[in-house]
Write a protein that binds this ligand. Structure first.
Ligand SMILES: [Zn+2]
Length: 310
């Protein structure tokens, strides 16, 4: 007897429960779970930018902006994504705050993403300007890339060791001079093809979204590493390679004082994000030739500012 009653009650419960589930299920599915994870998230991200343009100026938290975020490979290999993601909060609201500068409507060397894009007419010049609004011709590839005869923090002989011949020779002189002063440097990341940059950038966009990725990684065609004139460097041990903590090290200080003597500049100086489009990167060296490097060093300019004066 009891069994039958129980069976009947359970049966009824199942029918009612089932019906209920069908009803509620229908009404819920469309709205909840599926999108909720993403929609709010992306809304937030965008909100951040528009809401706090102020940050654009001040914030100096570091992040590797390096238009190309240095050595992915080292990061990739270590499984560490590239720390950039988490911290960067970059600043530069690229488009919201276009022109701080002094009405340079003409030449427009600024690096704001919102600006019209200029394609380098002479991409082979060692002083070529490449930033968020100045790109290289599509598919540009230097024809004199060589392997600099300097140590790297990795052992494989990949393209990222390469630089254009003149820059590679100068890098060798720079490293030798540093060594004489007791500073042992190592290369981290040099040449990067447009295709490689595309892969990297797309990976970042996939991981962090376009807005965030653009703050620390350059779009393909807009990376200074594609010129074959840039090299990210670190100390011999690779500690803080392409990381904010490289700033202030003996190696970074030595480079800040002497790189220009060999034709290199610290391309993304501290407190110049508004001009260069990137945060301070003590490790990113750009070859421009000794005369230009000396002029830039002496006047405390960025390549953007220097170019504008020419
Ligand atoms: Zn770099």
């Amino acid at each position: 007897m009891n069994k039958w009653i129980w069976a009947a009650l359970i049966g009824a419960a199942i029918v009612i429960g089932g019906t209920y589930m069908v009803v509620t299920g229908n009404s819920d599915t469309g709205t909840s779970s599926a999108d909720s994870g993403e929609v709010p998230a992306s809304t937030e991200v965008q909100g951040q930018e528009t809401d706090k343009p102020a940050q654009a100026d001040g914030s100096t938290d570091g992040v590797k902006a390096d238009g190309e975020k240095p050595d992915q490979s080292a990061a990739e290999e270590s499984g560490k994504p590239d720390s950039a993601s988490g911290q960067q909060q970059d600043s530069k609201p690229a488009d919201t705050k276009p022109n701080t500068d002094s009405g340079n409507s003409g030449s427009g060397t600024s690096a704001n993403e919102g600006d019209a894009v200029v394609t380098a007419a002479q991409p082979n010049r060692v002083t070529v300007l490449v930033n968020k609004s100045h790109r290289l011709p599509a598919g540009y590839e230097p024809d004199d890339l060589v392997y600099p005869d300097v140590p790297f923090i990795f052992s494989e002989k990949s393209d990222k060791r390469k630089m254009r011949r003149e820059a590679a020779d100068a890098l060798k002189l720079l490293f030798d001079a540093a060594k004489k002063d007791g500073i042992e440097l190592a290369g981290v990341s040099g040449y990067r093809s447009e295709a490689r940059q595309k892969t990297l950038f797309n990976n970042y966009v996939e991981r962090d979204g376009l807005e965030q990725a653009s703050r620390y990684s350059a779009r393909p065609g807009f990376s200074e590493h594609q010129t074959g004139l840039a090299m990210d460097v670190s100390g011999k041990a690779g500690k803080c390679a392409a990381e904010d903590c490289f700033a202030g090290t003996d190696e970074a200080n030595w480079l800040a004082d002497h790189a220009y003597e060999y034709g290199f500049i610290i391309r993304y100086p501290e407190n110049k994000e508004q001009v260069t489009g990137y945060k301070y990167e003590a490790w990113h060296l750009r070859y421009v030739g000794t005369d230009t490097a000396a002029a830039i060093q002496t006047a405390g300019l960025t390549l953007e500012e220097y170019t504008e004066q020419q």
